[in-house]
Design a protein around this ligand. Sequence first.
Ligand code: FES
Length: 143
Amino acid sequence: MSRQHGRRDFLMKGSCCLMALGLGCSRQEQPVSRIVALGPPEKFAPGLTALEIERIAVLRDARGIAAVSLVCTHQVCQLTVESGSNGFLCPCHGSRFTVEGAILTGPAKQPLPWFKLQLNQRGIVEADLGSVVTSEWRLQLPV
Ligand code: FES
């Protein structure tokens, strides 16, 4: 074994030991923050507003605003908002979700994730797609 090869083995084994001890940094373990600008608060009327490009629906109610994914948890087709804002329908295989993102009918087996919202310095609503919250979470808007 060459001296350089031995050094490389030592470094590889050392980094594996650090990761095994939880001291290494693994990209998979760290939450990935992905901020998407959705628009000014006045863009979102009471009820659901579907944002096709962002694949998000914004819910506005008396408590504030929240954002739910419009990506089906079965095979990632884009959901549509059902008339009367009764929930979401997947055109691919027929999964239906409540307004809260719970499954009404499959084949989807996972509920829809909700994303944390924030106001940036210019007063624009942003969604953090790396930060999942409950369907009860709301961003309270300034009055
Ligand atoms: S992708 Fe939505 S039900 Fe299959």
